[in-house]
Design a binder for this molecule. Sequence first.
Ligand SMILES: Cc1ncc(COP(=O)(O)O)c(C=O)c1O
Length: 446
Amino acid sequence: MTGTNEQAARAARAVIPGGVNSPVRAFGSVGGTPLSIVSASGPTVTDVAGRDYVDLVASWGPALLGHAHPEVVAAVQDAAARGLSFGASTPGETELAEEVVARLTIRGTPLVERLRLVSTGTEATMTAIRLARAATGRDLIIKFAGHYHGHSDGLLAEAGSGLATFALPGSAGVPAPIAAQTLVLPYNDLDAVRDAFAAHPDRIAAVITEAAGANAGVLAPLPGFNGALALEVHKRGALLILDEVLTGFRVHAAGWWGLESSGVTGSTGWLPDLVTFGKVLGGGMPLAALGGRAAVMDLLAPLGPVYQAGTLSGNPLAVAAGLATLRLATPEVYARVDRASAIVADGVHDALSAEGVTHVIPRAGSLFSVAFRSGEVLDYADAKDQQSWRYPPFFHAMLDQGVSLPPSAFEAWFLTAAHDDAALDRILTALPAAARAAAAATPPAT
Ligand SMILES: Cc1ncc(COP(=O)(O)O)c(C=O)c1O
């Protein structure tokens, strides 16, 4: 396929709303023409015009090993040759669940005893909420402003990701009574959680939280926040749903919980009741999951009264990609991603500092983002309180030099184990000009 990105975007807009199948891809907040990608390999993506870019989007997280890792591709090809989908159980599903359970057992404590595979993170969080409501007999849920948990009706209020990019408070088409079941609180604020439980005694089924916020830029939990939250939630007879769709198997072999539990950051010894996974779990294929203690998970049909199903759930190609990815995701892979991430984050800091651009680089493990402000970024209000108009020229200066960043200031940057020194050099070389573009940016006329 050949042509230009402009031609591809025009053709797409004629038949696809906004020309995209997920809003952030539209370049809405950075302007210009979105890339139309035809192939990807290792740290690079190639557009329809044949130009390649060092990629820091990584399919929005899944490509931990880099794009099209040969062993992952071979596993998918091998699975495809045996049939695309059976609508029946497969040995691979069990192997994948066993792999996840094993990874999430730290010092003998298993985070997950049962795992149900679904196709998207949205399904995983939606089902986790339904389970929590069934388990507690309560209706209300708490989510944090700026956290994104997919696009099910009840979870769109003050969500991050595309809603942050487009400055939307929520979505049209969500009935008010459904929106009213979700209480939205400021992140990293335990007092707000205590107050909400006090205001709604015995009515809150669950608190859902990103393990580390990464959808309004990076919003790391304060040290000890997740552990204290678990304590508070359990004291009130509610469940804690830890959303590891983005962080799971990306920041550590056992996700953000693993990072905290191994004492690297935060607090140890706390256990959420339900955990959701996606992205890296499917290695680039549509696969996600929810897991937890058997007592809660076994409320799912066919054992229990909570219904959940999916024609393509546990799809054999997706399972093959996921299993191959997890088996390849060794400690060396995480060390490489950590190193690449630190080099780029430090490079961004140095380049912006050299131009005198006020900024902070919030980090959560190997995830980071850039916020054009001074002071910590603890919650969604902080994340929005920045000179985000500096990002589009910064973004485009990088793109012009062959580096593809997330097309929004409100998204994390994703490094992969395939970002070798040559790829890192290309990024570092491009940064000074991007920093100059950010320095020269002017606020939009109001
Ligand atoms: C933390 C988190 N939860 C849930 C989702 C939704 O996953 P999906 O896009 O696969 O539906 C996302 C997607 O970005 C996410 O980052």
